[in-house]
Design a protein around this ligand. Structure first.
Ligand code: MG
Length: 160
């Protein structure tokens, strides 16, 4: 059960502020895209998402986008910021996180995502600090719907 539980819950990405990251000495944010920053069919960052990522970069916090979505989607989104990304990440498998660690061996990493089954478990398996945000939109893929049901059950379990 420990693997399933994020270190922190937020209702919206903007709650995970640069100030929080700095105060807790996090230097690199591994950030999911779909339903975390924008809807999964939204090609480009919203103004709000853009402002948020820029607010982190301004404070010298590094950001890497990590998504299970396909190359073109993740690339198009990340290029707006000229930031590195990992597409087809296959979260929660460790492979992509290990690749990230090879490139950034000395960072204190924090992970942000909307799904327990991918973002949270993946980060937890690597012993990174994990933050779960409420998904921006509920309309989603079938597999995601199943994950959400499981998440709701877990949430109840943790609250009891
Ligand atoms: Mg997502």
């Amino acid at each position: 059960m420990k693997l399933l539980k994020p270190n922190k819950f937020v209702n919206h990405f903007s709650e995970l502020t640069a100030e929080f990251l700095l105060a807790n000495k996090f230097t690199l944010l591994v950030c999911d895209i779909d339903n975390t920053l924008v809807a999964h069919d939204e090609k480009l960052p919203s103004l709000e998402a853009k402002k948020y990522i820029d607010s982190l970069l301004q404070k010298q916090i590094k950001v890497v986008f990590m998504s299970n979505n396909y190359e073109e989607r993740v690339k198009t989104f990340s290029e707006v910021f000229n930031l590195p990304y990992i597409a087809f990440a296959k979260k929660p498998l460790k492979k992509s996180y290990k690749k990230l660690l090879e490139k950034y061996p000395n960072e204190n990493i924090i992970c942000l995502g909307d799904q327990i089954m991918t973002d949270v478990i993946g980060g937890n398996r690597m012993h990174f600090y994990t933050v779960k945000t409420k998904p921006l939109f509920e309309k989603d893929l079938f597999s995601t719907k199943i994950n959400r049901k499981i998440e709701k059950l877990l949430q109840k379990y943790w609250e009891e």
